[in-house]
Write a protein that binds this ligand. Sequence first.
Ligand code: SDX
Length: 434
Amino acid sequence: MADDILSILDKRTGRTYELPIQDGTIRAMDLRQIKTDPEDFGIMSYDPAFLNTASCTSRITFIDGDKGILRYRGYPIEELAENCTFLEVAWLLLKGELPTQPELDNWIQRVKYHTMLHETTKKFLEGFRYDAHPMGMLVSTVAALSTVYPEARNVLDPEIREIEIIRLVAKMPTIAAYAYRHSLGYPYVYPDNDLGYAENFMNMLWKMVEPKYVANPVLARALDILFILHADHEQNCSTNTMRCVGSAQTDPYLATAAAAAALAGPLHGGANEAVLKMLDEIGSKDNIPAYIESVKAGKRKLMGFGHRVYKNYDPRARIIKWTADRVFEVTGANPKLEIALELEKIALNDEYFVKRKLYPNVDFYSGIIYQAMGFKPAMFTVLFAIPRVVGWLAQWQEMLEDAEQKIARPRQKYLGYGERHVVPLEKRLAHAVS
Ligand code: SDX
């Protein structure tokens, strides 16, 4: 609209500037015209941690944090979780539309064809200690795949991008399962392409001496739903990393490894493992009030609570709670669920959390399900990374195809020394250094 203009009066010069507003944003570069004299660099926006900065345009995922809305390509997450499989949703995120049956059949076949790992990868994994954290193994092994597929560097070739995307979607469960088997000292289990995506992952994790692994269908569907819920979440920390590293035209394996490294942080995807540690530390419902007080005193965070965007209940947490009931019907209830439910009830009625709009996020309940399914807490973030690779790749591809994008290189607000000169070593005085 013509009158979408932001009028800025610079009182330093008395000059007024008119900046166009487009889709609720102004271009930061339009601020640079606001100068005090021709030599002036111009005004920059300052936004540590990007609290209010759009780094890109995207058509993949929409979140309304106040209303607790999450949609992939316009479809509500609740409908996708109820009606689709993970590979259907992966196609949706990567291609923009839900697949037809022929498209889905072909997609599934192409993914299945690439589930194997190059045999050298097993030697690479053997180099890790038995107690190596699976996220460290995952990040390193994904990066190592860039040496197996050097043609992946041709990131501007759509056909090469397509095959590398399929390889990554197909191989993440295999790498994850191999890392898990390595930690137990068990032999690796090769993919069984008769099985679906979640079933095959369970096969590679848990098959022992039986001739054919048979997954519990309730647990397999629960895993598939959890994969759908974790597939993308617009410009979160790890996706921002994927876009930033990818903007240098780094190959998708190295960019994915960087994104997985970001996800490993306890404030991000590592929170699901941290939630279980927190519930273990609390130990019983009786200890919850004291724990809550320590959080309110700023001594620790309530892991699995809060979100940069959601100032309402994370819609994924609601679906995960529904899924937990289905899983516990098979596995038996996880006693930690009672502590989690009580913790949520108390927190949601406490002014400290209410005022800060802190609600359970995707990580609050997911770990409880994973543990009930037999996963160790160290595997929880790996279970986040497997489906999130689809979101990282969809966003990476969108970035490469966006004519507005170029290598990411933020500015800074420099507050350091002005020019000064080297003092000879023998004449230097000690400075208090931090
Ligand atoms: C994920 O971005 C995404 O989309 C991420 C994700 C995805 O799908 O990719 O959704 C996945 O990472 C979910 C978040 C998982 N992390 C956790 O559960 C860790 C615990 N949560 C917090 O660390 C925190 O809530 C963040 C990191 C999630 C968000 O932090 P912000 O947006 O920087 O918010 P903030 O730290 O500025 O908090 C605002 C206030 C502060 O209090 P005051 O300084 O105003 O007094 O709320 C407080 C914070 O201290 N606060 C918490 C809290 N989270 C925020 N206090 C106690 N416990 C918490 N969990």
